[in-house]
Write a protein that binds this ligand. Structure first.
Ligand code: SF4
Length: 254
């Protein structure tokens, strides 16, 4: 499933409410630094010269959309996600600046949110732009290197959970941590971030990072790897319980 326009919706998001979606990656294929086994956009496709919408095109598309909808509907959020990793856009910081200005002008109550896989948090420009947003929703699917690599298949095979944690810690807890729970198999390797050992490592990580909110979710649509199992609502409640008991704000989408 790919998004084929720069500004789309509004749609009702399971996690965010009434959301105007923003696509700043290529409109005809996915571009990402991960290749998650559960990605709704499918597997990465090797494209030598991906064409991204320009900062000006993004600004125009957003302004047009906001002019269309602002009198009729109330937006909860303007959300950057879609066909890959939005922080890869070379003008990401400028796009966020324009978006905040347009939001202030047309729909001041809407939040600006970015869903990111956390892999570009070593770049100061990306961190500064994310700090300007209202919500930074940052992915960490597993707290062990083995499971993170099996689930997310990072393009940089040397990426470690320790490095991602170091980057996430820059926000002093002012972010939403996002984790997809799943079981299954890929390339003959078991995938399961719900084992007692994996959960123990994930709980410890959450307690160290102390995110202001945690979103945990399950696979919801067709996945590129077919051998994956959806975790039940009951099990997700059990996963959330120990952290809820310690006062963490956890939302479950299942
Ligand atoms: S980080 Fe998001 S876009 Fe990238 S592969 Fe994973 S699910 Fe897909």
């Amino acid at each position: 499933m790919l998004f084929d326009s720069i500004a789309y919706g509004p749609i009702h998001s399971r996690r965010l409410g009434t959301s105007l979606g923003m696509e700043i990656m290529p409109l005809d294929h996915k571009l990402c630094t991960f290749n998650c086994v559960y990605c709704e956009c499918g597997w990465n496709s090797p494209v030598l010269h991906p064409v991204l919408p320009t900062r000006e095109e993004v600004k125009t598309a957003l302004e047009t959309k906001l002019q269309e909808i602002v009198n009729g509907q109330c937006l909860d959020v303007i959300t950057f996600s879609g066909n890959g990793e939005p922080t890869l856009h070379p003008d990401f910081a400028g796009i966020i600046e324009d978006t905040c200005a347009l939001r202030d002008r047309y729909c001041p109550s809407a939040k600006v949110s970015v869903l990111s896989n956390s892999t570009q948090l070593g770049r100061p420009d990306v961190v500064a732009a994310l700090r300007r947003c209202d919500n930074r929703i940052l992915k960490l699917d597993a707290a062990t290197d083995t499971m993170m690599r099996r689930i997310d298949l990072p393009v940089n095979e040397g990426l470690t959970v320790a490095r991602i944690m170091e980057w996430l810690a820059q926000f002093d807890g002012d972010f939403t941590l996002q984790t997809c729970f799943l079981r299954g198999e890929h390339d003959g390797q078991p995938i399961d971030n719900t084992t007692p050992a994996e959960l123990e490592a994930w709980y410890r990580t959450v307690e160290k990072l102390r995110p202001k909110q945690i979103m945990i979710y399950v696979i919801d649509r067709k996945t590129p790897e077919e051998h994956l199992e959806k975790i039940s609502r009951e099990e997700m409640e059990r996963i959330a319980a120990p952290l809820r008991a310690k006062g963490f704000d956890i939302q479950i989408s299942a």
